[in-house]
Design a protein around this ligand. Structure first.
Ligand code: FAD
Length: 398
């Protein structure tokens, strides 16, 4: 496949680069470049600026803010955003619930939710996993029982990312306990402020608070908050998960991390040379770069095929992208720790860094927590073991 960009595509990338580096506040971008996490405010601010310029949901249908771009343009937009250290639009909104509502929702539900979802006036979280329904998601037990024009919801979700910041949660709930398990599931939108919803934090190994448990106790949800047909939620979930897997590859983020690794290696003295001149280190770095280029080409191929067939259906190859993309993200966080050496151990002041090691520049503050944090990438969006099974069945036909 020819990955050389056309003149128009290069001009498009340049336009994106200019936008991201001039319109998104430098303060946000420089904190993210140092390896800090984006705050809720950072994400809201950036997404609203992007939305004002038509750049928050370019992949949505044009009537709801989409741009009708080619797959390559969509890729360049995402890539330039991550290379400029801009917090991406909230995936729960733009990659997950938004496309589901736009594809399967009624006109009324689209009008009610899509503009606010694009502008991050509503912060969504994802209520799929339960304590005994992760990989085997169709075993979920949270029930929604119809009573008049309401559903009464009872049960528990877990691993709910940033649920503590969310206004609404999109949930998979069991509406028919007697049907075959995939056929008794519905896709329901629940206001987090409804009485009976409780959010409890889960502490992670990096010390952060990113995920939660969410409990539902006799939560009364208007029936009009159902997306699409009752008991057809599994189809919508599969559609959503396919999009999620293509989205989590985040090539631009891995590339930005590699750039930082190179910069630090170039500043780290090993004898009379720098670490970047070390042949073993270079071999490691080059292998990572080659693999990132390969996954980038695959992302473009998948997006291109989706664009050409116009089916909008996720390709099973998205499982290959998720598997390989998450491994590369993890390798990059590991190499960043390697290159920082003892500085990765959490020295907060430059003065504390031992002689001969890179001073605390890009990424040192967060390198080790980030390394721990990214172990998640091979678990979420369907664990990598499960992706291997999908690949075996759907692609290799075992
Ligand atoms: C940081 C983080 C954020 C998350 N955010 C969200 C969120 O916002 N919303 C949400 O709904 N969920 C979220 N998840 C949940 C995530 O989707 C699940 O953790 C994932 O699907 C795995 O399910 P589980 O944790 O129940 O593990 P299990 O399914 O119990 O799996 C345990 C182990 O067994 C392996 N395994 C299980 N079944 C098979 C099989 N058939 N073949 C081979 N191996 C298998 C798995 O690969 C894994 O290694 C998040 C998870 C993490 C770690």
């Amino acid at each position: 496949m020819d990955i050389a960009l056309s003149k128009e595509e290069r001009a498009f990338a340049e336009r994106m680069r200019t936008f991201f580096t001039t319109e998104i506040p430098a303060d946000i971008r420089s904190r993210l470049a140092r390896g800090e996490h984006a705050t809720r405010e950072d994400i809201v601010t950036s997404q609203r600026i992007m939305n004002e310029h038509g750049l928050a949901v370019p992949h949505w249908p044009t009537e709801w803010g989409g741009q009708g771009w080619t797959p390559v343009q969509r890729h360049l937009h995402a890539e330039e955003m991550l290379l400029a250290h801009v917090p991406p639009p909230l995936a729960f909104n733009t990659q997950m619930v938004g496309p589901v509502i736009a594809t399967f929702g009624s006109q009324e539900i689209k009008e009610r939710f899509l503009p606010k979802t694009a502008n991050l006036d509503i912060w969504w979280c994802q209520g799929f996993s339960e304590p005994n329904a992760g990989s085997d998601l169709a075993s979920l037990k949270t029930t929604a029982v119809r009573e008049g024009d309401e559903y009464v919801v009872n049960g528990q979700k877990t691993w709910t990312t940033l649920g503590q910041w969310a206004d609404w949660i999109f949930c998979l709930v069991r509406t028919d306990p007697d049907a075959k398990k995939q056929r008794g599931i519905s896709f329901l939108l629940i206001d987090m402020a409804t009485p009976g919803v409780t959010v409890r934090p889960i502490q992670l190994i990096d010390g952060g608070h990113e995920v939660n448990e969410v409990f539902f106790e006799n939560v009364r949800v208007p029936a009009e908050n159902l997306v699409g047909q009752e008991n057809a939620g599994w189809d919508y979930a599969k559609f959503l998960l396919g999009n999620e897997r293509t989205g989590v590859v985040a090539v631009g983020q891995t590339k930005a991390r590699i750039k930082r690794i190179k910069r630090i290696a170039a500043e780290t003295k090993v004898g009379d040379r720098t670490l970047l001149d070390d042949p073993l280190f270079r071999a490691k770095l080059t292998r990572l770069e080659v693999e990132v280029t390969a996954i980038e080409m695959s992302v473009l191929r998948v997006l291109d095929a989706e664009g050409r067939t116009g089916s909008g259906k996720p390709d099973p190859v998205s499982s290959v992208l998720k598997l390989k993309g998450s491994e590369l993200q993890q390798e990059a966080t590991e190499l960043l720790v390697d290159v920082l050496g003892p500085a990765a151990l959490g020295y907060r002041e430059t003065a504390d860094v031992p002689d001969g090691f890179a001073e605390l520049r890009d990424g040192a503050v967060d390198a080790l927590p980030t390394y721990f944090n990214w172990r998640k990438a091979s678990i979420y969006s369907g664990s990598n073991e499960v992706q291997r099974t999908i690949i075996a069945k759907a692609i290799l036909k075992f």
